[in-house]
Design a protein around this ligand. Sequence first.
Ligand SMILES: Cc1cc2nc3c(=O)[nH]c(=O)nc-3n(C[C@H](O)[C@H](O)[C@H](O)COP(=O)(O)OP(=O)(O)OC[C@H]3O[C@@H](n4cnc5c(N)ncnc54)[C@H](O)[C@@H]3O)c2cc1C
Length: 553
Amino acid sequence: MSNENAIIRGRRDLTAWLAAQPTNLYADDEALQALVRYHGLLAREESLHATGRIVAGPLDAVVRENNLHRNLPVLDDWDPVGTYTGQVAHHPSWRTAGKLIYGTGVMAAYGEIPASHRYVMSLFYLTSQVGEGGHNCPLACDAGAIRSLTALGTPSQKERFLTRLLDPDFDTNFTASQFLTEVQGGSDVGANAAVAAPLDGAESAKPGGRWRIDGEKWFCSNADADLFLLTARIAAPQTGTRGLGLFLVPRRKADGSPNGFRLRRLKDKIGTRSMASGEIDFVGAEAEALGPAEQGFKNVMRWVINTSRVYNAFSTAAGARRAWVIASTYAQHREAFGRPIGAFTQVKETLAWMRADASACLASSMWLAELQEKMDVGSASDDEQAFFRVAVNINKLRTAMLAHETINRGIEVLGGNGAIESFSILPRLLRDNVVSENWEGTHNVLRAQVMRDAMRLGVHRGFFAVLEARLASEHADALGRDRRAFDELASSPEAIRDVRIRPLVDRLATWVMIGAMTPISALTDHLALSLRHLQAPTLDQRYVELLERLQRV
Ligand SMILES: Cc1cc2nc3c(=O)[nH]c(=O)nc-3n(C[C@H](O)[C@H](O)[C@H](O)COP(=O)(O)OP(=O)(O)OC[C@H]3O[C@@H](n4cnc5c(N)ncnc54)[C@H](O)[C@@H]3O)c2cc1C
């Protein structure tokens, strides 16, 4: 072959890969479809198909554009005559992305009573396949605001804020943010020093009571939000989570001026770059208590942070799945040594791992969304509530780690092209994932919380009871060993406990994934390959055939 022909052929193969990208990311996703069937969401398929097409087409295009370095958000916070506006300027493609994402009805669906959290999460998982995209972190914050307002809001708060948060039109709706972290500590929320002062004496402590907020918040994502949810200290003690209140701070006062805040600067981040994260100083911001002020920490954990942890898991599952879509199509078209690279067994193995792990992350997260629905309507058993309390933390941790590995594997499949930002979105998916690994609880902090909850509340008993009910027939012995290992942690010296909990939590999170896939026959192969995280498989002909069945056809 002449040099020129070789180049033409190489470029033709890559062009064929681009042309082979699915035009509907729902229709292409056998795992999501199986879960939709299992979770009784078939009546929603039309809208899932529509969203799958939007994500694969126009949304993907505008998110690529809004993530170009030259199009990232910047502060635009003073008007021509020197009045502070608190504005962030975005490229028009960011607004178009917002119109497309909110237009799917992803937040509006929370207006149904009772809301189908699983349906909302299916839409969110689809929109997250473009990466964070400038809006997917805000969606998690919106959901925390919607769920906490629904549960705790006064009629007036619901009327003023909830209606706007449910509006599917990005031109007219409200978005929300959640500010907990301060410069002295994020994991250690009890170190919060921002203060809330009551404006109406004892009346202020009641839901909807008026306060003023002063202090600094160090990480403020969705700095554009119309409504800030934030924690601030209402009373002594000066440290610890007791004494933290949860507040609503509208961005603007009644006269339209910024409500007692200054956006100091925007963060220059590794990922989630088209979404504005800032540092904000609050000076005399007008705030309202969300729920009883003294129950702020309990409420922020239950309604805001737990919601965000489930969102985080779905978004990382989405990144993993998209990485598989990109890599599996690439392997069908890229040739090396005279064959498509997908013909090499080592590539097949990598791709099968990616597909199985992405599905496992999605299945476990969907199980958690199901339990959240049950808890919302009060039909979850004590064991299920305990299971959720443990699983929401270990699933957040494990999905983020598996997604990191999976996206990285996708980059490996693309070879040198995998490392190039202008070639595919894989580098951006990886960078976004690094942020997801951190926010809503770092890995260590989540493990520590699991241990603390087990020792204080014994929630691990309900956790194992639910897992055993799902898995005992097939996996009683292995699960029993992990249960005994967990029980022993409580009586181990602290340092021993800390080194043993890391691998054990990874195993427990894998059990949650296995449990979530067990009832779904369409995911039998995904489940079988996921078991490799618990026990090294026999590398024989059956294993090779399993890999084969998990290839894209
Ligand atoms: C891009 C971005 C956007 C963000 N947006 C927001 C936002 O909108 N709102 C918000 O409130 N926060 C936000 N955050 C903050 C994020 O939630 C925190 O960074 C996170 O909670 C960790 O807190 P930290 O950074 O203070 O780390 P630290 O708490 O200082 O932790 C540092 C290290 O110490 C480890 N560590 C801490 N405590 C323990 C322990 N008990 N045992 C073992 N190890 C421990 C941690 O695991 C970590 O590895 C954002 C962060 C990023 C990167």
